[in-house]
Write a protein that binds this ligand. Structure first.
Ligand code: ATP
Length: 297
């Protein structure tokens, strides 16, 4: 096997609370995270070199890229004297709070694990991923999870009930460090009850999930369009709406596909980046190789 193709999903925060500050100065978080079927596509080819291209994207492809960092960390951990040519077709908006960069890192880790038959366990991949970015362990595990600490304490939950999300990315993104710095200055009046939301997920209770929606970074994020987008989503029948992560994307939850599609169409008149997505199970995953017969069809 000389090539692998990986799909790495974006995430939404159904709830995000800041519960304190850890001894190392990082924020102590309590979150419910959900992967959705908006995927980065990552193609990895065995190589003597280490290269990265992101066709059509303005994200820098150098050593600061999370995919590049993930490849270096993988080769360092395994001791393999090898390289890889990486191509990432980005579909997840940047600086959206949807963890596109973390998905890319997670995708590179699972892809290299398969490409080189390294047989690293999920916990080894998570340990390597945590060194690259706080959301990388979740991007590896995926599905519906309660996530605490800085993103390192992950508890898998049962899949959430069937629903649809309409996600809107405004014209400008938000820097995560800036959002947290602002939080330290102004705090938040919003503190969602993640324990209640976990309980509602376990009971398959969509109304309970929605009543525990909330994001402690929403007021301070500086994403000025959030209230306007939420108003449109709520007016179009969303059962709940929120900003995701540190912004700037905003999303609504719908129990009907028709209503979600109608909301998407309304928002498309005003915003360029609008997505209709569903919850998905699992995190970054290697696609099975295409059989010749199938590829030809
Ligand atoms: P998170 O919720 O993890 O903070 P985000 O959606 O807010 O994610 P990303 O789009 O993942 O943010 O990354 C934001 C910043 O990281 C950008 O400024 C970008 O230049 C840098 N970056 C590095 N590598 C990547 C990558 N592979 N994809 C996207 N951004 C990347």
């Amino acid at each position: 096997m000389n090539t692998v193709k990986v799909l790495a999903p974006a995430k939404l925060n159904l709830a995000l609370d800041v519960v304190g500050v850890l001894p190392n100065g990082y924020h102590d978080l309590d979150m419910i995270m959900q992967t959705v079927d908006l995927y980065e596509t990552i193609i990895l080819r065995k190589s003597q070199n280490l290269t990265l291209t992101l066709p059509g994207s303005r994200v820098p492809a150098g050593a600061t890229n999370t995919a590049y960092k993930a490849a270096l960390a993988f080769f360092h951990y395994t001791g393999l004297l090898a390289g890889v040519d990486m191509e990432i077709r980005k579909a997840v908006p940047v600086r959206a709070g949807m963890a596109g960069g973390s998905a890319d890192a997670a995708g590179v880790l699972v892809g290299l694990n398969a490409l080189y038959g390294a047989k690293l366990s999920m916990s080894e991949l998570c340990a390597i991923g945590a060194g690259i970015g706080a959301d990388v362990p979740f991007a590896l595990v995926g599905g519906t999870c309660r996530v605490k600490g800085v993103g390192d304490l992950i508890k898998a939950l049962p899949p959430m009930p069937e629903c649809w999300f309409v996600v809107v990315m405004p014209s400008f993104g938000i820097s995560t460090p800036e959002a947290f710095a602002k939080y330290d200055q102004v705090g938040s009046s919003v503190h969602p009850d993640c324990a209640a939301q976990e309980q509602a997920i376990r009971q398959g209770d969509l109304a309970g999930i929605c009543s525990a929606f909330g994001n402690a970074l929403e007021e301070c994020s500086g994403a000025v369009e959030t209230p306007h987008i939420r108003e449109i989503l709520d007016g179009a029948g969303a059962l709940a709406s929120s900003m995701t992560g540190s912004g700037a994307a905003v999303f609504g939850l719908f129990d009907s596909r028709e209503q979600a599609a109608a909301a998407r169409d309304i928002l498309k008149q005003e915003y360029r980046q609008v997505y209709l997505v569903r919850p998905c199970k699992g995190g970054a995953r290697v696609l099975p190789p295409l059989r010749r017969g199938k590829a030809a069809r």
